[in-house]
Design a protein around this ligand. Structure first.
Ligand code: SF4
Ligand code: SF4
Length: 473
């Protein structure tokens, strides 16, 4: 082992501990939030640590960072830390220093009068908004990141400083669908979206791109190699099937000659209801509730007003400790849209893979209020196009076949779709799919998706798909 280098990454964390943290490491009894932005942690030894949390910008100047260091030197023995949401945390061990620190932080202001170190971001309020790179330096953003976040934090700042909300609210922003900002599990997520296919800069494709890479990057096979003649020269290029494109921007990541950013096409969506905590209910993904808001720099007024409205309605209506997603699920997403005065549009319907075939209620979509009537009509039209009306005889044929196949001891309990095709010689797969879908809707069959394929069985029969992969082949 002699000469082996093991200290390769960032310096080991415990060498930076303040003495009180090092002494009580792993021996903390409990913590309390004394007031918005101030926490007290109590250790088994009786030691206490008071933490003052301040909002921090994600992009800071060295001048600002030096001031943070100066405060940390003055009150905290030279220690400071940042939370995962870019809050700055100063830790002290006695109440006199705590009060002096708070007074000092409150007194520090920028030239225009705004607080340099706003105290807050704890408990049942809004904590710092995490965000991605945006127009600062990423290559695929559909919106800015720091800009809308600054405007939004100004709009909801009182909720950073107090605890009026029923539970914590995590707001995040990712400026494209790559989502490097964990927006999918935030109470309120803002995501930049493109709405137009990439442009093809024919002159440069051949010179800047590995065409096979650009082709392979497209998840929906909308990009294919092509050849053109330009100014008398034969060039290799790509062609894009616009109707397939879902505007993800992957091809642009591979090929700079396929720019996707567009002043008219780009904007943001709002997602709601995600969380990582398992209190009250399991962790969940956020759902899209506003399908498009155009970019409105520099203050993004529509975005700010919409998020503020959701927060206000949530504060007024939810039960204590209920996160936004728990509240929306308890009252029903129909009611959520109604209370928050949000329009339900077809783009909100989650039709990824099979979900929407079986029940529209697996996502935010609904069918009982006037706003959803059109979407529901669309669903009926889709069902018609997917195989037409299903008769009781057709359902009975499949059901009885399944009962017979599964009734023998040790028999398989689930079957692949193509095995049902044999029951309807000459019928289209859509027709057979419609019969199976009807049996699922009737509650007689259940389906299991292994991620790559779907199996069907009698409802309640057999084990879960994950343990049954391969059965029925
Ligand atoms: Fe870049 Fe997309 Fe991440 Fe924004 S979310 S920083 S555009 S990769
Ligand atoms: Fe394919 Fe996405 Fe490029 Fe559209 S934007 S062509 S879906 S890779």
């Amino acid at each position: 082992m002699e000469g082996r280098i093991s200290d390769i990454g960032p310096r080991k964390y415990d060498t930076f501990f303040p003495p009180v943290i090092a002494k009580n490491f792993g021996k903390w009894l409990y913590h309390e939030i004394l007031e918005p932005g101030v926490l007290m942690h109590v250790a088994e030894s009786g030691d206490k640590v008071y933490t003052v949390r301040c909002g921090g910008a994600r992009t800071m100047t060295t001048v600002h960072i030096r001031e943070i260091c100066e405060i940390a030197d003055k009150y905290c023995g030279g220690h400071v830390r940042f939370t995962t949401r870019n809050n700055i945390e100063f830790m002290v061990t006695d109440t006199d220093t705590l009060e002096a620190l708070k007074a000092d932080l409150k007194s520090r202001k920028f030239a225009a009068g705004s607080l340099k170190f706003p105290i807050g971001g704890t408990g049942a309020g809004v904590t710092n908004i995490v965000h991605t790179q945006g127009w600062l330096h990423c290559h695929t953003p559909a919106t800015d990141a720091s800009g809308p976040v600054k405007a939004l934090m100004d709009a909801v700042f009182s909720d950073f400083q107090d605890h009026r909300l029923p539970a914590p609210v995590r707001i995040s922003l990712a400026c494209c669908l790559n989502m490097c900002g964990a927006v999918h599990v935030s109470d309120i997520g803002i995501v930049g979206i493109h709405r137009k296919p990439p442009m093809i800069d024919q002159e440069w494709v051949d010179q800047l791109c590995e065409i096979p890479l650009a082709v392979a990057a497209c998840p929906v096979a909308a990009v294919r190699p092509a050849k053109i003649e330009l100014d008398g020269k034969k060039l290799n290029t790509v062609a894009i099937k616009d109707e397939r494109c879902m505007y993800c921007g992957n091809c642009y990541t591979m090929c700079q000659a396929l720019p996707i950013s567009d002043g008219e096409g780009d904007g943001v969506i709002i997602m709601v209801g995600g969380k990582i905590s398992n209190r009250i209910s399991r962790p969940k993904f956020s759902k899209v509730v506003v399908s498009y808001i155009e970019n409105e720099p520099p203050r993004w007024p529509t975005l700010c007003a919409t998020v503020k409205r959701i927060l206000d309605v949530y504060a007024e209506n939810a039960n204590k400790y209920e996160r936004i997603g728990d509240w929306a699920e308890r009252i029903g997403w129909e009611k959520f849209f109604e209370l928050c005065d949000l329009e339900f549009t077809p783009q909100l319907i989650d039709d990824f893979r099979e979900q929407a075939y079986f029940t529209w209620r697996q996502s935010t979509q609904f069918k009982f209020t006037p706003g959803a009537a059109d979407a529901y009509k669309g669903a009926e039209a889709h069902a018609e196009a997917s195989g037409g009306a299903v008769t009781e005889e057709e359902k009975a044929l499949v059901y009885n076949w399944m009962v017979e196949k599964t009734s023998k001891p040790g028999a398989k309990t689930k079957f692949y779709f193509n095995q049902f095709l044999e029951l309807f010689p000459g019928a289209s797969p859509r027709k057979v799919k419609a019969v199976l879908t009807a049996l699922v809707a009737d509650g007689k069959f259940a389906y299991w998706s292994s991620g790559s394929t779907t199996l069907y069985g009698l409802k309640g029969a057999g084990k879960q798909a994950a343990t049954e992969e391969g059965e029925g082949k």
